[in-house]
Design a protein around this ligand. Structure first.
Ligand code: ADP
Ligand code: MG
Length: 673
């Protein structure tokens, strides 16, 4: 079709379908018009095919067509944007090749990085004298660039036909990792111009948001560090239309058969056990942890109150454990099941780290905001191994991310708040190598107590030798190595993933009165256990944080059954888990009492007093026996009179040794330092 003909056809198309819209838009100063591609196909197949093959040329014709109308305002520059592109034009970022140059395509992904708006980017258009092809070269460098080669094979001597200044912006689009199954997702630079640019703080296309981008592939010369022009080219997408996508849309391509399977599974009276068995079939034991992980995958309900206060529905879980206790393996496996999951190691796999960072923009120059794991996993899961090894900046940004579920950043002229409604599953190694149940959590892992407090559930994984258990674990692991297929579960990973995606999005249970009563009862009982008979407070066994955790867990338990009502049994399940957790990590081994400060603080009152007592005993014995090395036996004897059992003494001595208060000059003797 000749250019004249193209203009005529498009003019007719717009006149018949979009005229009122066009007038209204121009009156408002809107310098673009969106056309529905599927309607254009119906109107004239020839032009729609030409549009796919030669987008720049046909869009130019569209612009000319618009200018022919009698418009309420004079238009200088006008853009035609296309929506509703056919599926045949969809391409994954990793599949983009040079043969796609200048073809109209669309792709989807997550915005990984977005630059500042750059108002002075020049775009020059050249015409190839041999074939008439128009080539756009975005001028990013100080040195003026001409195309070196046309797709028809011609090299050099191109005619410049126009040069314009545009508002430009670059984004780095990363393809959806979910569809890739573990392969490293590929990225591509996308160039936005004119009215497509938006401040970074604009949420719908900000870092971390999912978008559909329609445009064509063009080439930009790679700028060499020396400033010279390289013969290598980078492919970028010049965007024609950017459409924000609903965060929840993913994973929902559940077939009717799968939905039936999900419903059947949910009805099974043995549901929890089936899920526990299938969660990580190649990891032996850890059933309580697996149960907690299942509830976490289901998640609680997010609540937005009329006064604007939001309570998160996501639960955070932390595993602290001895080395070699399958923590990493468990997390890896969860990252395969959890919908929209991102796995990372605390030791900053990416430059943006866990939260977000401002980086130098290599594409347009200037600064760019890059989303980190938590932001990219918005509405999904951030799975963080070796969390204790994360950087300082991440640690502080994480506080806000975990409770307020947003990340604020302000650096190098860029200010933005990014959403992160993300569930965190983390693992940390104890500082001293092994987890010590007598020692406070905060002293054992390299994380600030304030951060530890924000986890709903904390599980220690202890690897204590136990003949019977060791035998079972050993034969389990050995069998796995003998026959790796054996761990194949009865539920496929795909189905599990869809099951969790489904219940997270579709089920929002309400709490029944009975469930409420049950939780309240537990909370009150626990709270009063911290009080003496005379009303004075000895310890705080539980806080409102745990109360909220109980609600989230109970909601999750109801979700698993696809139930719209949280029942008493759901509340009991939640209590069982929280109670288990508190007993593991917050129980004072000396008094047997639960003390929440054991989690978030570095020392408890009872422990402090017992340690002092032992130190006093040692000092007294020194006096009495007139020696420096004191037999442990004597200490045990003296302590028993004060009501401390021999095993407690051993533990207290161990703590003193670790603290550097005493040392062991020979077996069975201690000496003060
Ligand atoms: P961690 O991250 O806790 O230090 P890893 O996840 O790297 O430990 O586990 C070390 C190895 O031990 C893995 O190969 C894992 O499969 C094996 N292992 C440890 N505990 C178990 C278990 N309970 N069941 C199966 N394998 C286990
Ligand atoms: Mg590990």
């Amino acid at each position: 079709m000749e250019a004249e003909e193209q203009i005529k056809v498009l003019r007719e198309f717009i006149e018949q379908n979009y005229y009122p819209q066009l007038l209204e838009g121009v009156r408002k100063g809107q310098m673009y018009l969106g056309l529905d591609f599927s309607e254009l196909v119906k109107f004239n197949t020839e032009i729609s095919e030409e549009l796919l093959e030669n987008p720049e040329e046909v869009l130019k014709a569209g612009e000319m067509a618009v200018k022919e109308f009698d418009l309420p305002q004079k238009v200088q520059k006008f853009t035609i944007r296309l929506t509703n592109m056919p599926d045949s034009q969809k391409i994954n970022v990793s599949d983009i090749r040079s043969k796609h140059l200048n073809k109209f395509l669309w792709t989807e992904g997550v915005v990984r990085q977005k630059s500042d708006v750059r108002p002075h980017v020049a775009a020059a258009k050249f015409e190839c004298p041999s074939c008439g092809n128009v080539i756009t070269i975005i001028q990013l460098d100080k040195k003026y660039k001409e195309p070196s080669k046309c797709s028809c094979g011609r090299k050099g001597k191109f005619k410049e036909i126009s040069r314009e200044l545009v508002d430009g912006q670059g984004i780095v689009l990363e393809e959806n990792a979910d569809e890739l199954d573990g392969v490293q997702p590929k990225r591509i630079n996308v160039f936005l111009k004119d009215d497509l640019v938006a401040p970074i703080s604009e949420r719908r296309t900000g870092p971390g948001s999912r978008v559909r981008i329609c445009g064509w592939v063009t080439e930009v010369p790679i700028i060499l560090k020396t400033g010279g022009q390289s013969t290598k080219y980078d492919l970028i997408i010049e965007a024609n239309y950017v459409e924000p996508l609903q965060e929840d849309d993913i994973e929902m391509n559940i077939t009717p058969e799968e939905l039936e399977q999900i419903k059947q599974l949910a009805q099974d009276p043995d549901l929890i056990n089936i899920l526990v068995k299938n969660l990580a079939p190649s990891i032996y034991g850890h059933d309580k942890i697996k149960e907690a992980l299942i509830l976490q995958l289901a998640g609680g309900c997010r609540k937005v109150r009329p006064d604007g206060i939001i309570t998160r529905g996501d639960m955070h879980l932390l595993l602290i454990g001895d080395p070699g206790s399958a923590k990493s393996q468990l997390l890896k496996r969860i990252s395969k099941i959890a919908p929209k999951a991102r796995f990372t190691s605390g030791k900053g796999a990416t430059a943006a780290g866990l939260t977000a960072s401002v980086v130098k923009d290599e594409f347009l120059g200037g600064w760019s905001l890059e989303a980190g794991t938590l932001v990219l996993a918005n509405k999904g899961f951030a799975i963080i191994d070796e969390m204790d090894k994360m950087g300082k900046e991440d640690t502080s940004a994480l506080h806000e991310g975990m409770e307020q579920q947003q990340i604020s950043i302000s650096k190098a002229n860029i200010q933005a708040t990014l959403k992160c409604e993300t569930t965190i599953i983390a693992a940390a190694n104890p500082k001293l190598g092994r987890f010590d149940p007598y020692e406070l959590i905060a002293k054992q892992i390299n994380l600030p107590p304030t951060l530890i407090n924000r986890f709903d559930l904390i599980f220690p994984i202890k690897d204590l030798p136990n003949r019977e258990k060791d035998e079972r674990v050993a034969s389990f692991i050995l069998k796995l190595h003998q026959d790796p297929q054996k761990a194949e579960s009865s539920l496929s990973t795909k189905l599990l993933k869809k099951y969790f995606a489904y219940i997270r999005q579709k089920i929002e249970p309400r709490i029944s009165d009975e469930a409420m009563e049950e939780i309240k009862e537990y909370y009150i009982t626990m709270r009063s256990a911290g009080m003496s008979d005379d009303g004075s407070i000895k310890s705080i066994p539980i806080t409102a944080r745990q109360l909220e955790a109980l609600i989230r867990l109970a909601e999750a338990s109801a979700k698993l059954r696809l139930s719209n009502l949280v029942l008493k049994k759901d509340a009991q399940k939640a209590i069982e888990l929280i109670d288990y957790c508190l007993n593991q990590i917050a129980k004072d081994q000396e008094t047997g009492k639960i003390d929440i400060d054991r989690i978030g603080s570095r020392i408890t009152a009872t422990q402090r007093s017992s340690l002092t007592l032992i130190k006093d005993i040692i000092a007294a014995l020194e006096e009495q026996m007139k020696v420096k090395t004191i037999p442990v036996e004597n200490i045990i004897e003296a302590a028993q009179e004060k009501g401390i059992t021999p095993s407690q003494v051993e533990d207290l001595l161990a703590t003193l040794r670790r603290n550097g208060d005493i040392y062991e000059p020979k077996r069975g003797f201690v000496q003060r330092l």
